[in-house]
Write a protein that binds this ligand. Structure first.
Ligand SMILES: Cc1cc2nc3c(=O)[nH]c(=O)nc-3n(C[C@H](O)[C@H](O)[C@H](O)COP(=O)(O)O)c2cc1C
Length: 401
């Protein structure tokens, strides 16, 4: 298993990734927007949540699986959409898809990716989720959606939190901009990371060149280092677009990037099947609250039928337990999977998912829950000594312990 066996948690994979990747590439996956407040708080918010264990419950038989959209998942985790995984590892998107499928969880392919959706659908046995933004020329987005349908994709994720390009100053500082120009600093950075230079870029050069966007319409496709597309995300996106998509897409439709409870309720009124409560991993609005902080109010604003998924800041299995306790049906991981991929390829992602699975299992045992059916807000301390929801007997709502 090589490098992967030296990693015992997400942070270890982050260290491996930092060693392997040129600085500009590592920063691209690791960092947030502006002052990186939302990024820091997304992680800190999970850390600050405390679980109150209940003991003397038989936890000898445990089940960490869940059901989402009528399908059984091995754990309430999916790999979220992250464009450009292929620049971290040769064939990185397929490596993520295979590792997720082996672990019994969904993989989300970003439309900003370099592996054709058809290939990923085949690799995942049709279990891939496809994420898309909406472009100004709606017909181009609708064509991509028709292509996904033809490829057998059943789940579509519409990301709505990026109407303009976020301010990620580190990319500009690192010269990580489109079109990409090789500067002396970048050359030195790349030369200092020969494993990435030869193992990733070198292999692409021997296999047809720099990866190209494979799921954009022909008007937009090009090398990932090429000129920015003039077909930007639609800043004009509205609920009417969601309604139109609901008409066009017969499968499962999820809206990603929701933070306000009333937006979640409006999404449900538009007939979507799920929402993803997200700050885009702290990469967009730097003044956003942590997604996990908004989760209880969002859960309360929608019906039980609407799947509520949360991401941004999940690094440990205990974070997944906290998310479910606060009302999530499932979670997504973004950076954690990318660190594992960049640090150790597919075995790395497999090991990370195994570590998360073990952490979830151990946390459930330690809090006295044999399965997620027993996990609820009564496990979570809001402030020292205050439960955020009913205890197991249903009585302790917001009472001091
Ligand atoms: C490098 C990178 C690229 C991303 N690309 C996309 C994308 O193309 N579409 C999207 O909806 N979200 C994208 N995201 C956001 C993730 O889907 C997810 O919301 C976020 O990473 C979750 O937070 P976490 O990284 O703390 O787990 C990206 C995130 C990263 C780190």
């Amino acid at each position: 298993m090589g490098a992967a066996s030296r990693a015992y948690n997400t942070d270890d994979f982050r260290t491996l990734a930092r060693r392997r990747l040129p600085r500009g590439v590592f920063d691209f996956i690791d960092r947030g927007s502006e002052d990186e407040t939302a990024l820091a708080e997304s992680v800190a918010a999970f850390r600050s949540i405390k679980l109150l264990p209940r003991h003397l419950n038989d936890v000898s038989q445990r089940d960490i699986g869940c059901t989402l959209f009528g399908r059984r998942l091995a754990m309430p985790v999916a790999i979220g959409p992250t464009g450009a995984a292929d620049i971290l590892w040769f064939g990185g998107e397929l490596a993520l898809a295979r590792a997720a499928t082996k672990a019994g969880i969904p993989f989300t392919l970003s439309t900003s990716s370099t592996t054709p959706v058809e290939q990923v659908a085949e690799t995942t046995g049709g279990a891939v989720w496809l994420q898309t933004y909406l472009w100004e020329r709606r017909e181009l987005s609708h064509a991509v959606i028709a292509r996904a349908k033809a490829a057998g994709v059943q789940t579509l994720v519409l990301t709505v939190d990026t109407p303009v390009i976020p301010n990620r100053e580190f990319n500009a500082r690192n010269g990580f901009v489109n079109p990409f120009r090789v500067t002396p600093r970048i050359t030195l950075d790349i030369m200092a990371h020969p494993r990435w230079l030869f193992g990733v870029m070198g292999r692409y050069m021997l296999n047809g060149g720099i990866p190209r966007y494979a799921n954009y319409p022909p008007e937009m496709s090009g090398a990932i280092t090429g000129k920015p597309s003039r077909l930007a995300n639609a800043a004009s996106i509205t609920w009417e677009d969601v309604a139109k998509l609901r008409d066009l897409w017969p499968g499962i439709l999820i809206v990603k990037g929701i933070l306000a409870p009333d937006d979640a309720a409006t999404a449900e009124k538009h007939g979507v099947d799920g929402v993803i409560v997200s700050t885009h991993g702290g990469r967009n609005l730097d003044s956003a609250p942590a997604a996990i902080q908004m989760l209880p109010a969002i859960r309360a604003a929608v019906s039980k039928q609407l799947a509520v998924i949360v991401d941004s800041g999940i690094r440990r299995g205990s974070d997944v337990v906290k998310a479910v306790a606060l009302g999530a049906d499932a979670t997504l991981i973004g950076k954690a999977a990318l660190y594992a991929l960049a640090g150790a390829g597919e075995p790395g992602v497999g090991r990370l998912l195994g570590l998360l699975r073990d952490e979830i299992d151990r946390t459930l045992a330690l809090v006295g829950c044999p399965s997620f059916a027993a996990v609820g807000p009564g496990l979570v301390l809001q402030q020292a000594g205050t439960l955020v929801g009913p205890g197991r007997d249903g009585t302790a709502f917001r009472e001091a312990v």
